[in-house]
Design a protein around this ligand. Structure first.
Ligand SMILES: C[S@@+](CC[C@H](N)C(=O)[O-])C[C@H]1O[C@@H](n2cnc3c(N)ncnc32)[C@H](O)[C@@H]1O
Length: 229
């Protein structure tokens, strides 16, 4: 199968500075990760973009989606998504750039050259184009494995001038709009900025069988229906 992805040289370059994802063709020099000495991409952001996912979001996803085979959570943080997947019976490979005591630390997903599992499920880092680079990398691996990709993304990222061509070229199979979800910086509400709780999220799911099938289905999911036991 082919997902008509940009060449690897593009994915290696990361798109930190905006620029349309459709200018993929031109190979660019490899850039380093965009984190400063304090681990932040911006003073207002959490170090290493660590915004853990409340478990109800993943439970909501699993109420409507199944994954046949192993799953890679490549930005696992403290395992907020991985633990829900494991509890649901999935075989999960958990890695992260940062060693936090869950999964394998020191693994830069964007420098990985081969898939570690069939599917990718994650809430990626967003800032400075990291989310875009994660999506492209995950789609590349899924094209190799025949697997699916599920990413928790900011709803606003679906309608953004630099991403228009990306979405049109790589339409997901389903988008699930989530009603109530807050991913606090470092999981600590006291660190929230004034805008933190105003973000709205969606699960974006790409499936191999959907390739060439046209536009995504949009559905609504209520996290409140999946409270912690
Ligand atoms: C938004 S947090 C989400 C954490 C976890 N997926 C969850 O949902 O709770 C993003 C995570 O991406 C990790 N990260 C940032 N850059 C990364 C990279 N290049 N490769 C792998 N992980 C990275 C951060 O350490 C952080 O744990």
């Amino acid at each position: 199968m082919s997902l008509h992805l940009p060449p690897k040289s593009f994915r290696d370059s990361y798109q930190w500075r905006g620029g349309s994802l459709d200018v993929a063709a031109a190979p660019r020099p490899r850039r380093s990760l965009p984190f400063g000495r304090d681990g932040r991409v911006h003073p207002s952001r959490a170090p290493y973009e660590f915004y853990p996912t409340p478990p109800e979001a993943t439970r909501a996803l699993l109420s409507v989606e199944t994954f046949d085979g192993t799953i890679w959570e490549p930005a696992c943080g403290l395992g907020h998504i991985s633990k829900v997947l494991v509890d649901a019976g999935y075989d999960v490979v958990s890695t992260d750039l940062i060693e936090r005591g869950y999964g394998q630390g020191g693994v830069d997903f964007l420098r990985e050259s081969a898939p570690r599992a069939r599917h990718v499920v994650t809430n990626p880092p967003y800032g400075r184009g990291l989310g875009d680079a994660f999506a492209l990398q995950a789609l590349t691996f899924a094209a190799e494995t025949g697997g699916s990709v599920a990413m928790l993304l900011n709803l606003a990222s679906l309608c953004h001038p630099t991403r228009h061509h990306f979405w049109v070229k790589h339409p997901p199979a389903v988008i699930y709009g989530l009603d109530e979800l807050v991913c606090w910086p470092e999981g600590r509400p006291e660190l929230a900025r004034s805008t933190t709780a105003t973000h709205r999220y969606c699960w974006v799911v790409w499936k191999p069988a959907h390739e060439g099938e046209g536009w995504p289905t949009f559905r609504w999911l209520s996290c409140g229906e999946f409270p912690s036991p």
